[in-house]
Design a protein around this ligand. Structure first.
Ligand SMILES: Nc1ncnc2c1ncn2[C@@H]1O[C@H](COP(=O)(O)OP(=O)(O)OP(=O)(O)O)[C@@H](O)[C@H]1O
Ligand SMILES: [Mg+2]
Length: 375
């Protein structure tokens, strides 16, 4: 059985007793020691608990920059020191045992996230999961996710499921002219036995393009009830029955976003050619590295809203971030408006290349992408 490996570094007997008991309850494989050489040893742990009253930051430094989660424990709050640990990459500093409950819920979260990731790594279903993400709002994730799903369906005759995880905004519903009666919230009662028919019950098939769309609940109270498990099952069942599951994510990094990112087989980051876009990209990249998001899967950098008067060109951006831009989409506000307002889709037929420059860019990208994957 898969277990999350954890290390507790402290000489405190009471802490050691508490952690060994709670590790057992939460199926955490825990090594407990006061020997700091464990930090430099061969073994890498998924989760580190460090007694920051005993162990100086410098000794732990290299581990913090890795992919593990490091949590500091202290007996008394020391703002300056906590700040230093956090700045250097610790996930949290917890006053212990006063905030025992926080440690407990953190353990549960980390164990759950690793398990979901593990299940995804093992692979369920063969459909591709394309996740659209940008740390900067308004970059074009929703529009590009919709365009990609429509091109795959209309031009390539693929079975496509588009899942809108932007709770509350309903932009996808507008793009597909849907007034959803049901959303993924309605999967809650069937989480344990979810299968294709449940997805069919809540999805809407877009008549013009044949894309199946699953909408987000618009009620904030409902959104709060959505669990990571529901999202990962939804994607897993989707992959078994569709060629492509396309996921439109919000910019906010919460546990649902995190879960969806971890299910991706293709991660599409949407960047706009401006300094704010670059800053957000840098921030997202650090976060992805820290949580091992995107390791071993195909990652695409999509530059959207490209205009001759943009602050930066595609090659400027490549120079700054040292990464290749994989696809560019032209800024074409006026060309896109009729498609957006009518909700009839960006592509009308197999031969139709799109009315806007951005849609034509997407068709070209998908054509090349599909050719490449056939090679
Ligand atoms: N290539 C483009 N040319 C012109 N306008 C575009 C382009 N791409 C997106 N837009 C416009 O930018 C706005 C934001 O797009 P969209 O809603 O897709 O972004 P988002 O990243 O999903 O934003 P949010 O953070 O709100 O979810 C929309 O009004 C959309 O029509
Ligand atoms: Mg959006």
């Amino acid at each position: 059985m898969f277990q999350v490996n954890s290390l507790l570094l402290t000489g405190d007997d009471e802490w050691q007793a508490w952690f060994s008991e709670h590790a057992k309850i939460n199926e955490l494989n825990m090594t407990i020691t006061q020997d700091t050489r464990k930090l430099t040893g061969q073994q890498n742990y998924n989760l580190y608990f460090i007694d920051v009253d005993e162990i100086p930051l410098e000794q732990v430094g290299p581990k913090i920059s890795g992919k593990s989660v490091v949590v500091g424990l202290t007996r008394t709050e020391d703002f300056g020191r906590s700040r230093e640990w956090l700045v250097n990459g610790a996930k949290d500093i917890i006053v212990f045992p006063a905030e025992e409950a926080r440690v407990e819920s953190l353990i549960q979260d980390v164990v759950r996230q690793y398990k979901i990731q593990r299940e995804t790594d093992m692979g369920f279903g063969t459909g591709e999961v394309h996740v659209f993400y940008s740390a900067k709002g308004g970059s074009g994730c929703t529009v590009l996710a919709a365009m990609m799903s429509q091109s795959l369906s209309v031009h390539q005759s693929k079975k496509v499921l588009l899942v809108d995880l932007n709770a509350q905004y309903g932009v996808t519903d507008t793009l597909f002219s849907i007034q959803p009666q049901r959303t993924y919230y309605d999967l809650l009662p069937v989480v344990n036995e979810m299968e294709l028919r449940h997805l069919q019950n809540i999805a809407n098939e877009h008549p013009e393009t044949g894309v199946f769309v699953i909408s987000s609940p618009s009620d904030p109270e409902k959104t709060e009830e959505i669990t990571d498990e529901l999202i990962s099952k939804l994607i897993r069942v989707g992959r078994m029955h569709f060629d492509h599951v396309i996921i439109d994510l919000p910019s906010a990094m919460n546990s649902i976003t995190f879960t969806a990112l971890n299910t991706a087989t293709n991660l599409h980051y949407i960047l706009t050619p401006d300094s704010l876009g670059l800053r957000s990209y840098k921030y997202a990249n650090e976060l992805f590295n820290r949580f091992s998001i995107g390791n071993g899967i195909s990652k695409t950098l999509m530059l959207n809203k490209v205009h001759p008067k943009s602050e930066m060109t595609s090659s400027d951006i490549e120079k700054i971030i040292g990464k290749k831009v994989d696809a560019t989409f032209t800024d074409d506000y006026y060309g896109m408006q009729p498609n957006i307002n009518m909700g009839t889709g960006f592509f009308r037929s197999r031969k139709h290349k799109g009315d806007s420059k951005a849609a034509r860019d997407m068709k070209k990208y998908i054509d090349s992408f599909v050719t490449k994957s056939k090679e």
